[in-house]
Design a protein. Sequence first.
Length: 223
Amino acid sequence: MKKRTLISWSTGKDSAWAFYQLKDQSEYDLVGLFCTINKEFSRTAMHAVRVELLQMQASRMGLPLDIVEIPHPCSNAEYERIMEDFVAVAKSRNIECFAFGDLFLQDIRDYRIEKFKDTGITPIFPLWHQATDKLALEMINGGLRAVITCIDPKQLSDNFVGQEYDQAFLNALPENVDPCGENGEFHSFVYDAPMFNKKINISVEEKVERDGFVFVDVKAIDT
């Protein structure tokens, strides 16, 4: 029997490629996505993507979407309580695994493993320890299309926000920046991918600075 699995969905490239790598594996049955959103702004946490774009991604994949609302601001204790409640709901639906797009940050992996201990749900990491330079090219060459929605200006120039995640973007990155942004240098929104039934047409709008990060607003120009 395949293990019923939910994908932790950020709207970005790593969670999308984690799904893509798992979808044809005989061990897992990918039955849905879940994503945390900032309740005050109706945008995804960290990536700051509009909820309607998140919903369009799920629709393009033909999968149900669980939206987990978190307040703003949100303490770590409150975040953990909200996620514990969601894990309990998932368990009641016979979910056996949560899949994450983590690449190499051991402390984050250890944190997830610790929080899932004794829940009956197993965290899995399909992209773990893949070389990020090769992975970046694999995603681009595999048909994933994304735009950079957020950057940390302490690590990367804000000139990169709003750019396409492509070979030219990778070529322009400073040597100290991970090509997949695993250290939080940048975040992305996937508007087309091999598992989408059609592309999401988007426009890239104004740039804003908030809470020490630089974001660009992305809007859908179709339905």
